[in-house]
Design a protein around this ligand. Structure first.
Ligand SMILES: C[S@@+](CC[C@H](N)C(=O)[O-])C[C@H]1O[C@@H](n2cnc3c(N)ncnc32)[C@H](O)[C@@H]1O
Length: 193
């Protein structure tokens, strides 16, 4: 069968693609924004039986939805679901992850009151950069279609620009002709040594 032709994909698809290449069975991964658990489940599949995922959210509803999703896939044992802010990951994740992913914004289907916030997002991304294993990957999907998302985007872009190139390769993905609120992606890889 002919191989599928290239399609340029949006931030979420690109993040998923990068994560699927970065992770191997037996790895540790962090889902910094658990939400309804789609990303936690994808990470749990990628790290396999010998790996582990640490997932964070500040809302009980997110933990419940993620637990149900993992249970249904029979993969709950591969994840630790943590009801706490992602900015605490430095104290709560006991191993160096090969990947940390963020999908910013609010819990789909829930009131928009509890969204990620610029200050805690930045603190968490800093913690993730420290925690990552050599060669590890950080992905952050940012949604600048709302006020807090625009603040996050500005702060993250400044942060990424200032990452020392000897320690990280950082890239920013956006469709240059998309609507201003379209999702964007920060991806950064820690140097291998
Ligand atoms: C867009 S949703 C994540 C979607 C999710 N990855 C999925 O696959 O369904 C963003 C989530 O971040 C959570 N959140 C907000 N502030 C947070 C914080 N300080 N630490 C961890 N999670 C936070 C929200 O409660 C919300 O569930």
């Amino acid at each position: 069968m002919a191989e599928e032709r290239l399609t340029l994909r949006s931030a979420r698809f690109l993040a998923a693609d990068l994560l699927s290449r970065a992770l191997r069975p037996g790895d540790v991964a962090v889902d910094a924004t658990m939400g309804n658990g789609h990303d936690t489940l994808a990470l749990a599949r990628l790290v396999g039986e010998a790996g582990h995922v640490y997932a964070f959210d500040v809302q009980r509803a997110a933990l419940d939805a993620t637990r149900a999703r993992l249970e249904e896939a029979n993969l709950l044992s591969r994840a630790t679901l943590i009801l706490a802010g992602h900015e605490t990951m430095g104290e709560r994740v006991p191993a160096q992850p090969q990947a940390v992913c963020f999908n910013l914004g609010w819990l789909p289907g829930a009131p928009h009151g509890v969204t990620t916030r610029c200050e805690t997002t930045l603190a968490a991304v800093r913690a993730a950069c420290e925690l990552l294993a050599p060669g590890g990957l950080l992905t952050v999907c940012v949604y600048p279609g709302h006020e807090e998302g625009r603040r996050e985007l500005e702060a993250l872009e400044a942060f990424a620009r200032a990452l020392p190139p000897q320690r990280f390769n950082a890239l920013w993905h956006r469709f240059i002709n998309a609507a201003p609120g379209a999702p964007q992606l920060l991806a950064a890889q820690k140097s291998a040594s």
